[in-house]
Design a protein around this ligand. Structure first.
Ligand code: BTN
Length: 250
């Protein structure tokens, strides 16, 4: 497997499992034991999941759909993963493909306002302060056609660069950066908070935010250290830990 050959840091992952087809790499890890530092890659998911119980549909053999499992992960660092993972991905894209992506709160990656990567980070509590975590990533690489409903706001690395993307090399670079930065993250997660804020381009803009069937409108003031969005509406400041934002063009 070309992925294995390209991988520099051979010590971080404990196990790699590859599926030509599976329901969902996240669901698979959810139902597995001993998932710490295990990478599951699929060429096709029959029931890929996105945030808000949406489907994540990705053409067979074109993209990267994978999940990383972690165990005994400190609960107080859970929200910080929302900084670490997108930063690792943007670094990998910058170093391997020279693409400078923006982060859309909480953790989508965009290029020219179009999404090409999404993350689904799930966790279950193991004990007092430890959790089992599944980090699922869907990254559009070589797919060039998307369903009508999303095509105007979706892109892929191939559409951005107009060139074929070597998925194995890109994944190896993501895992290497993940491994190389892991201890720095555990020791000092706020480094990644600051990097995240620099790439989170909608801070300071007028946005609308969909949260539990309600739409809020206001100025995107900040992302706080817990990863929550701070919104200044006409008469108050509201804090959101989830939702979907849209930048309002004026
Ligand atoms: C989102 O943007 O809504 C998150 C999408 C996450 C998709 C990935 S693909 C690999 C992993 N397995 C899943 O079922 N979902 C995640």
């Amino acid at each position: 497997m070309e992925f294995n050959q390209s991988l520099q840091n051979k010590n971080f992952l404990r196990e790699i499992e590859y599926f030509e087809e599976i329901d969902s790499t996240n669901t698979y890890l959810k139902n597995s034991q001993n998932i710490d530092r295990k990478l599951v890659i699929a060429d096709y998911q029959t029931a890929g999941r996105g945030r808000f119980n949406r489907k994540w549909i990705s053409q067979k053999g074109e993209n990267l759909t994978f999940s990383i499992g972690l165990e005994k992960f400190k609960i107080n660092l859970l929200t910080k993963l929302n900084f670490f993972i997108p930063i690792i991905l943007t670094k990998a894209l910058e170093t391997t493909l020279n693409i400078k992506a923006d982060i859309k709160w909480p953790n989508d990656l965009l290029y020219s306002n179009k999404k090409f990567c999404g993350m689904l980070i799930e966790n279950s509590i193991e004990s007092n302060n430890l959790a089992k975590v599944i980090i699922g990533i869907g990254l559009n690489c070589n797919q060039t056609e998307f369903p009508d409903e999303i095509s105007h706001r979706t892109t892929s690395l191939k559409l951005i660069l107009n060139q074929f993307i070597n998925r194995e090399k890109l994944l190896a670079s993501i895992i290497d950066l993940f491994a190389d930065n892991w201890n720095a993250f555990l020791d000092n997660p706020n480094i990644f908070y600051h990097l995240y804020k620099m790439k989170c381009t909608s801070i300071g803009k007028e946005i609308s935010l969909l949260h539990q069937d309600r739409i809020y409108r206001g100025l995107f003031l900040d992302v706080n250290e817990n990863g929550e969005l701070v919104l200044q509406t006409n008469d108050e400041i509201l804090i959101f830990n989830s939702g979907e934002i849209t930048t309002i063009k004026e």
